[in-house]
Design a binder for this molecule. Structure first.
Ligand SMILES: Nc1nc2c(ncn2[C@@H]2O[C@H](COP(=O)(O)OP(=O)(O)OP(=O)(O)O)[C@@H](O)[C@H]2O)c(=O)[nH]1
Ligand SMILES: [Mg+2]
Length: 399
């Protein structure tokens, strides 16, 4: 089975050993817990830069919390983050954002060595350097130090909505949003490119922490994902909330990560089908499929009926979501699931009593049915989630 199923994450041997020691009845739970392994991948982000650049506000947005929530990073108009502090992502405590104090803080006098005595600057995986207005000597010192460690860093300019508003106010009828953004981008990135700290302008991001659908918040999220090693990347993609990343590409990438899990779930079904007790196989399939489908729903951010986001969608998309949840509801009953992959399962129930060929055929049929079923639903959910996202994006941009 190992070669046939193409195990990468969970080996057939591991499952076989598990079944030998524990029996097959808990194989579904075991596979489910192994599929949660992505939560064990630790990623540490250092969020650094001068005071007031919007670092703490960014951490709150990426964690999906409001600035006034009790577990939010403190945000203020005056200098406020004095000690480094770690903020875990609420849905995955192994994704850590370290809110670092500004190097310009009076206690360091811009002295990098002094700063590094209190801040373990070399210990993070990826660095997000926030600039404010123009680049300062402290920003450059920080970037050069990080570059010397060989780690990846991104330059970010937040509060861009304010600059655009200021330009709108002062330029009046001459105001041109794109030209304003280009000017800011050029001004800062040119400086970094000349110092060899940036390859090109595309590595520099203009974001607003209060208008995440506008400007480059989503692009920044994608760029961070792109540089991470595969396991970190997959873990982060499942942790990020779609509503924040707001990009069709990221959503599609998420679907690919979800699709890769199907073969493991299907193989657990195949193992359960080797139990010669009628009903065990289908019960396990339902448990496995239901858990996975619930995971798809939360991961793809399908708006719940009655929610604000749901009511802002077009009538056609609303109808599709309603039809999907009705279909899923009825399929998650034993009768419904049997009807959904009727012929395969009926054959399976018979085949287990046929000497010699029974188990082998039953296993492969259960594998195929679960595989088929999850692929089909994931495909449908992807289609609806993409449409819902498109409409949400349109909505956000037209306001
Ligand atoms: N308009 C706008 N205001 C922002 C944005 N990001 C942050 N702010 C505001 O800018 C101020 C400073 O934000 P913080 O997140 O506290 O800045 P910081 O970099 O953490 O500052 P220190 O903790 O002092 O190092 C606050 O008043 C925020 O509300 C943004 O993208 N747009
Ligand atoms: Mg702060």
């Amino acid at each position: 089975m190992a070669e046939h199923c193409g195990w990468e994450m969970i080996s057939a041997k591991e499952l076989q050993d598990y079944v030998e020691q524990n029996g097959v009845s808990r194989v579904a739970e075991y596979v489910s817990s192994r599929l949660d392994d992505w939560k064990n991948v630790v990623i540490q982000f250092a969020v650094c830069g001068v005071s007031g650049a919007g670092k703490s506000t960014f951490i709150n947005r990426i964690r999906g919390v409001e600035d006034i929530d009790t577990d939010a990073a403190e945000v203020d108009v005056t200098e406020c983050t004095k000690e480094l502090k770690c903020y875990d992502h609420p849905s995955n405590p192994n994704i850590k954002f370290w809110d670092l104090p500004g190097i310009s803080n009076p206690i360091y006098h811009g002295d990098l060595e002094e700063y590094c005595k209190n801040v373990p600057l070399d210990e993070y995986d990826t660095y997000l350097i926030f600039a404010k207005d123009r680049l300062t000597a402290d920003d450059l010192k920080l970037a050069e130090r990080i570059r010397s460690t060989g780690k990846k860093f991104f330059f970010i300019r937040a509060r861009i909505d304010q600059d655009v508003e200021n330009a709108r106010r002062s330029r009046k009828h001459l105001f041109d949003k794109d030209a304003t953004l280009n000017k800011i981008r050029k001004n800062i990135s040119q400086n970094l490119i000349e110092r060899g700290l940036l390859k090109d302008e595309k590595e520099f991001f203009l974001i607003s922490n209060y208008h995440t659908a506008e400007y480059q918040f989503g692009e920044l999220g994608r760029a961070i994902l792109a540089i991470l090693p595969q396991r970190q990347r997959e873990s982060l993609i499942l942790t990020f909330d779609n509503a924040l990343i707001l990009s069709k590409d990221t959503l599609k990438e998420k679907v690919e990560v979800l699709r890769k899990r199907i073969k493991y779930v299907a193989t657990a079904s195949a193992f359960a089908a080797t139990v010669p007790i009628p009903g065990v196989s289908i019960g396990t399939d339902i448990a496995l499929i239901k858990r996975e489908i619930d995971f798809y729903i939360s991961q793809l951010g399908l708006p719940e009926e009655g929610s604000h986001r749901f009511s802002s969608l077009g009538l056609k998309t609303q109808t599709q979501i309603k039809a999907l949840s009705t279909a899923l509801g009825s399929t998650m009953q034993i009768g419904g699931l049997l009807a959904a992959y009727a012929t395969e399962s009926v054959v399976e129930e018979f085949s287990r009593y046929i000497p010699f060929i029974g188990t082998a055929i039953a296993s492969s049929l259960s594998y195929g049915a679960t595989y088929y079923f999850l692929s089909k639903w994931l495909g449908q959910m992807e289609e609806i989630a993409l449409k819902a996202l498109e409409e949400t994006l349109y909505d956000l941009q037209s306001h």
